[in-house]
Ligand binder design. Sequence first.
Ligand code: F6R
Length: 241
Amino acid sequence: MIIHKFESQQALNEVGAGMITALAQMNPHAIIGLATGGTPVGIYEEIVKSYQKGRVSFRNVTTFNLDEYVGLPEDHPESYHSYMRHHLFDHIDIQLNNTNIPNGNASDPSVECGQYDALMEKMGQVDLQILGIGHNGHIGFNEPASELRSGTHLVELKQETREANARFFDSIDQVPTHALTMGVGSILKAKSIMLVVRGADKAKIVKQALTGPITTDCPASLLQTHPHLIVLLDNEAGSEL
Ligand code: F6R
């Protein structure tokens, strides 16, 4: 595991974006695993800047997103489909049919999850998976539990996760109760993982995830088992390490 702490958000964003653009430059057919939420926004902004300067192309890159809410129309402003278009896809030359996000409106979620896994399997290993972390240690929407699932599956979101995400909605009642998420097994299959964490409110869970026991009570602790984990932290998130 390699841990980098950054003095400024800008420095963190540039290094995070630099890892992704370098991958696309070296391997134009790279497969990149993407996350949503507040954490990667600044990184996506830097990627867009590099693209606009003509330094990188995503024409042949394939992406797989970690998760999507269940029951939000795809064009709802807070769906992860909208998020990805708004923050990244609409501003770079990626082909939308090379981007993959679970369909949270599928009539049969288990069929959708199976198809998502089959497509990931067919496309081959994700080269770089970007991750954030929840205050309770979730990655993707793999919430703390007595056992974790390997493949993509339907989850019920914990109350604390819905509360954390209520900031993006008018009220907590509007935050969906369920989501489809890649499983921890799928996440760990990536060749490299870049975990990004910002803010003092995440310092405790960062310490627990990276230095505590490996346990399903803290799904992010399983990242300790990954041979190529790079952790990008701001000083606040890294303050307890
Ligand atoms: C998002 C995702 C989640 C978030 C986590 C942190 O696709 O899978 O695990 O990374 O909830 O969210 P933020 O970045 O909003 O603090």
